[in-house]
Design a protein around this ligand. Structure first.
Ligand code: G
Ligand code: G
Ligand code: MN
Ligand code: NA
Length: 254
């Protein structure tokens, strides 16, 4: 496949890029952080999204190289946006394969030092683990990240197959409710609301803050706030954008 032929060397050729999607506090609609989302700008294939890129990188053994590039780029950007005392966090997505690699925690520590980023400004997001992964390995690594002072998030919660069994064991600070729960057309009115209410109260009782993802209307934003989600993300609040555009957006919130 073309992807597999082109991917080796893409990092060296400078073809990876990050876009950033702001996360807002739902009480005051101000940005509290941004999430780094990788893009592969391939001259021959066009823009390749992570859903395609990440599995191929894993198959080819290039996921650590990709992940390292993302981590350093995101930390450098965070340091830049934090100058002048701006309090923002940066989310970086990692796959379970990356997280459970033996070098992962050390690499995060190194990136924080190199870019002079306060550990609690970095948020590592992992997708809800599915059945086959080594849960205790995931739990151990998340605990080590937290011991560094880094914050952790469980991404796409509510989408995976074994949510509740794992949730109580996960050392995470933030629960991100997947947009399938949030943007279901019947979501906030009919059967969706009790599901969201229970997820929010479960997360909060476990000591987590809640991010509602995929907010696409003002009504959803208000419902998420009323349901107890402290933070929100979605196209109606702010779309993923280049560093320059996000920088201009942040400037609007002195
Ligand atoms: O940007 P997009 O909506 O296509 O992202 C889809 C998913 O890809 C996100 O939910 C995220 O979990 C994952 N993703 C985005 N950037 C990265 C990355 O740098 N590394 C990994 N492993 N996954 C990413
Ligand atoms: O799984 P993760 O949350 O990391 O995925 C983030 C992806 O979700 C990004 O690729 C982003 O483009 C997408 N996204 C962000 N906000 C919205 C939204 O409001 N609606 C939809 N459909 N996708 C969104
Ligand atoms: Mn994410
Ligand atoms: Na998500």
């Amino acid at each position: 496949m073309d992807l597999e032929r082109e991917l080796p060397g893409a990092a060296m050729r400078g073809e990876f890029d990050l876009v950033y999607q702001p996360v807002l506090g739902l009480h005051d609609k101000r940005p509290v952080g941004t999430e780094a989302l990788v893009r592969w700008r391939s001259p021959s294939l066009g823009t390749v999204l992570p859903a395609e890129l990440v599995p191929v990188a894993e198959d080819l053994g290039l996921i650590d190289e990709l992940g390292q590039w993302v981590l350093h780029k995101a930390c450098r950007q965070l340091a830049e946006w934090s100058r002048g005392g701006r309090q923002l966090w940066m989310s970086v997505n990692v796959s379970v394969t990356e997280l459970t690699g033996s070098e992962f925690v050390g690499r995060v520590a190194a990136a924080l030092t190199i870019h002079q980023v306060e550990p609690d400004r970095l948020l590592i997001e992992i997708a809800e683990p599915s059945g086959e992964v080594d849960i205790m390995g995931v739990v151990g690594q998340l605990g080590r990240l937290r011991a560094l002072g880094v914050r952790t998030a469980l991404d796409d919660f509510g989408l995976g197959p074994a949510s509740l069994a794992h949730l109580r064991r996960m050392p995470v600070d933030i629960l991100k409710i997947n947009r399938s729960l949030v943007s279901d057309p019947s979501g906030w009115q009919g059967q969706g609301k009790p599901v969201i209410d229970v997820v929010v109260s479960l997360g909060r009782r476990l000591g987590m803050e809640i991010v509602a993802e995929g907010l696409e209307s003002a009504d959803q934003v208000e419902q998420a706030r009323l349901a107890g989600c402290r933070f929100g993300q979605g196209f109606v609040l702010a779309r993923p954008a280049t560093a320059e555009r996000v920088e201009a957006y942040l400037e609007e919130f002195p």
